[in-house]
Write a protein that binds this ligand. Structure first.
Ligand code: HEC
Ligand code: HEC
Length: 344
């Protein structure tokens, strides 16, 4: 071992300041794990690590290669490409309000929490493709990371930098990526602005609030205020002839339960205008195709949710729902300085 790696850091001041989340009033409380309370220093370190290609084998990729702020932290590709240009099979997920998800992370829910998840991309052959021991070494020999780990976590020597601390810091940063409360939808809730007639019609169908309009059923799965229940559902997008035929088994791959095949976690519809293409494999290029799918009633299997049924919406009614969905766009979120790259 390089003697430099055990260099003493204890003279650097360690006095972290608690980070207070600033959430829209309508939001629930976020549960923060006791062993990773948020601090300003921890969030700042996590932000650097999130944007720094130091986490990848050839130093070309970072978390932000597939999670870009302008796409509400998606990459706007159908499926993500990894470090050697290898194509993945799933679409990158928006990181908006991820800290509220308690049913399991990823499309199939296979990661229990953000701390655990943040360890994975570094060793995933199609994501960052490096090994943590290499990354730890790169971090402890870097000119500024030892100081930042000291300030965030109180380590005393450079070689106390671990993958677990890096993952904790990244998790802290991801928990800050929440709605600003400035979307048109949120402003309408506070009576600051009003829907157009078209948006209002879309809203009423989305939440089944007007008996004179068709029920679009959306709000049962994409429920307020986060616009998701985070449950695992088969929403009928896959034209298969049996439960064992799903090309991506989703939840079923994790539980090994046939009835879970083809179920994926309901994603948030906040910022949906910015996160296409849509669904776990990016099969729909735009919201018109999404509405056509739901309107058609989709493909029925024994586990397709009962709310997936032909809706009989006219083209105008589908457009009204899309107009409503666009009121969920949070432009301040995608330009907010604190979420952007600290290297630019
Ligand atoms: C090569 C592209 C790529 C890179 C690099 C990448 N991700 Fe992802 N990310 C994805 C894809 C694709 C998914 C969905 C994977 C799945 O469901 O199997 C995902 C899912 C996630 C989720 C789950 C969100 C949810 O709602 O469940 C989080 C959180 C996340 N990534 C954070 C990170 C962090 C932090 C890093 C860096 C350490 C990172 N990602 C690096 C492509 C990438
Ligand atoms: C029975 C529950 C359910 C209902 C009802 C439902 N959805 Fe979904 N929605 C889901 C699930 C599950 C997914 C993810 C499926 C996948 O990726 O395989 C999804 C995905 C989406 C996506 C893509 C999100 C993304 O990030 O890629 C959009 C857009 C969407 N739904 C809009 C709607 C609209 C509009 C309605 C009403 C017309 C609706 N949903 C009704 C469960 C539902």
């Amino acid at each position: 071992m390089d003697p430099q790696d055990s260099a003493d850091l204890s003279r650097i001041n360690y006095d972290p300041i608690t980070y207070t989340l600033d959430l829209p009033n309508s939001f629930p409380m976020m549960e923060i794990p006791e062993n990773n309370l948020m601090t300003i220093e921890g969030v700042e370190l996590g932000r650097k690590l999130f944007y720094d290609p130091i986490l990848s084998a050839d130093s070309t990729m970072s978390c932000s290669s597939c999670h870009l702020q302008k796409g509400s932290f998606t990459d706007n590709r159908a499926t993500s490409e990894g470090i050697d240009g290898i194509s993945g099979t799933r679409s990158s997920m928006s990181l908006l309000n991820t800290g509220f998800i308690s049913t399991g992370l990823f499309w199939d829910g296979r990661a229990d929490n953000l701390e655990e998840l943040a360890l994975l991309p570094v060793e995933d052959p199609i994501e960052l493709h490096d090994q943590w021991p290499n990354v730890e070494k790169k971090l402890m020999r870097n000119e500024y990371y030892p100081r930042l780990f000291r300030e965030a976590f109180g380590i005393e020597r450079k070689n106390e930098i671990t993958s677990f601390l890096a993952a904790k810091a990244i998790a802290q940063f991801v928990r800050t990526l929440n709605s600003t409360g400035n979307s048109k939808w949120d402003q309408v809730q506070r009576n600051e602005v009003f829907f157009t007639d078209q948006e209002l019609e879309g809203f009423l169908m989305f939440f089944d609030e007007d008996p004179s309009l068709p029920d679009a059923e959306c709000g049962h799965c994409h429920s307020r205020p986060l616009f998701t229940t985070n449950e695992f559902i088969n929403n009928g997008i896959e034209p298969v002839t049996g439960l064992s035929e799903f090309p991506d088994k989703g939840l079923g791959k994790r539980t090994q339960n046939l009835i879970d095949n083809g179920k994926f976690r309901v994603p948030t519809l906040r910022n949906i205008e910015l996160t296409g293409p849509y669904m776990h494999d990016g099969r729909f290029e735009n919201l018109n195709q999404v509405l056509e799918h739901y309107n058609s009633g989709g493909h029925v299997q024994p586990n397709t949710d009962v709310l997936i049924r032909p809706l009989n919406l006219s083209t105008e009614q589908q457009e009204a729902i899309i107009a409503f969905l666009k009121t969920l766009t949070d432009s301040d979120f995608v330009t907010k300085e604190e979420f952007s790259s600290p290297f630019e």
